[in-house]
Ligand binder design. Structure first.
Ligand code: HEC
Length: 147
């Protein structure tokens, strides 16, 4: 029947279409590439974390991350980028357990927390949702995951 052939053709086109697509929701894109605009990079890198990565401070950061800061909803409770709200995002949220992230500076991450990443689900979280001090503590937790 003509109609069923049409349905079949449409199904095939959408199937092939998905295969050809460059990106997939929930998947990271170029995780180790810079996210701070080139013009702001030098200044962003000047920021250093005023807190020491003591077990207490890392625990405070983790509590904020998994609490009022809401980072866990996208980045996952243990930072693997597998939070439920991140599954539909394209690009997907960062997996903080990526060892390569050690090469990025605290200042770059702070810039992203304060300014977001344009065109992605990563919006600005500070100073709106957490203070700069709280964001700094969250960064200690995040860094403890790049192993
Ligand atoms: C609504 C989902 C969502 C929430 C909530 C969220 N993020 Fe993200 N985040 C993303 C996405 C998506 C990306 C990846 C964007 C990209 O690849 O450009 C990202 C990327 C990042 C990066 C990577 C920067 C880099 O240079 O690689 C950092 C750091 C980050 N988020 C920190 C946080 C922190 C801290 C919180 C909580 C205060 C948070 N995010 C909350 C979606 C989210």
């Amino acid at each position: 029947m003509k109609f069923s052939k049409l349905i079949l053709a449409l199904a095939l086109v959408s199937f092939v279409g998905v295969g050809v697509a460059q990106s997939e929701p929930g998947k990271e894109k170029d995780p180790l590439g810079p996210r701070v605009p080139a013009d702001d990079m030098e200044e962003a890198k000047e920021w250093t974390n005023p807190f020491k990565p003591t077990p207490e401070n890392i625990a405070r950061g983790k509590a904020l991350y998994n609490g009022k800061a809401t980072c866990f909803t996208c980045h996952g409770n243990e930072g693997k980028g597998d939070g439920v709200a991140g599954a539909a995002l394209d690009p997907g949220p960062r997996d903080f357990t990526n060892k390569g992230l050690s090469a990025k500076t605290d200042g770059e991450f702070m810039y992203v927390i304060q300014n977001g990443i344009e065109g992605t689900g990563m919006i600005s979280y500070s100073p709106g949702i957490v203070t700069e001090e709280e964001a700094a503590l969250i960064l200690l937790f995040e860094r403890s995951l790049h192993k």
